[in-house]
Design a protein around this ligand. Structure first.
Ligand SMILES: [Zn+2]
Length: 261
């Protein structure tokens, strides 16, 4: 019965989304993600299990701490809603089966949600996330039945690393600007180890394109620092979920045109 599987994926997504919130809050503060149990950041009161149910507790408490009335950030329920949606989307594009590639991108999207949120709030990409992600990408490429082998994983990581390393150097040398940080360089290498050479090419192109549009629309003053990880992760996840469709479409159009000529 497929609906039981959908229901389980949504449930696991909500629970993991709640755990990702703990990671997003604690990792940049260098706190343990296991102990102590969740507490209100304002009044420090321990949050009981009943008040810690993903999405529902936020609605039930009307977005406020039960004890001190402090406002709870809407980011928490948003993460708890988008996480199951991404997992469900991934399950569908994986042909509704739990292949090695499903689990690979399940891990990738999980790290992606956490890194995305931390970079938006704190403007940092913690090494404790990007470096393990790089290694996990390589490990998945070694699993038999995985669509992408270790050579692709390695060329993806190396290509991403060198492109960003050279760009960072050029920005620093000629524009006296730290436009790309060390965190971005490690992150693109990690992304490359998951999506390979073409994936990383796609990611760099679309992330730059999204960032450019974002800057033109929202950032009138150029002085503000804009976190780049959210664009890299959005583009990479976009590639994971829809990249094959775009490549197929491109090839078909290309083929069609060459046949018509
Ligand atoms: Zn409180």
């Amino acid at each position: 019965m497929n609906w039981i599987i959908y229901f389980l994926i949504i449930l696991i997504g909500m629970v993991l989304g709640s755990f990702f919130n703990v990671c997003i809050y604690r990792i940049p503060r260098k706190e343990s993600i296991v102990f102590p149990a969740s507490h209100c950041p304002v009044c420090k009161h321990k949050i009981t299990m009943f008040d810690n149910i993903p999405i529902f507790s936020y609605l039930f408490l009307k977005g406020k701490c039960r004890y001190c009335g402090a406002k709870i950030s809407p980011i928490y329920p948003i993460i708890e809603i988008i996480t199951p949606l991404f997992f469900l989307g991934l399950f569908f594009v994986s042909g509704q089966n739990f292949s090695p590639d499903f689990w690979k991108y399940f891990v990738f999207i999980s790290f992606g949600i956490i890194i995305f949120s931390i970079d938006v709030v704190h403007k940092i990409i913690p090494d404790v996330l990007s470096l393990p992600l790089l290694i996990i990408g390589f490990l998945f490429s070694l699993i038999p039945g995985s669509k992408m082998g270790i050579v692709s994983a390695f060329t993806g990581a190396a290509f991403g690393f060198f492109v960003f390393f050279i760009l960072a150097y050029l920005f620093h040398r000629f524009m006296k600007k730290e436009a790309l940080g060390g965190g971005d360089i490690k992150l693109i290498a990690a992304i490359g180890s998951f999506v390979g050479f073409y994936g990383v090419l796609f990611t760099i192109f679309f992330a730059s394109f999204f960032a450019l549009i974002f800057i033109l629309v929202f950032y009138k003053e150029r002085t503000k620092e804009i976190p780049f990880a959210p664009f890299l992760i959005s583009a990479a996840v976009f590639y994971v979920l829809f990249g094959h469709l775009i490549f197929d479409l491109y090839l078909r159009l290309f083929l069609f045109r060459s046949l018509a000529l």
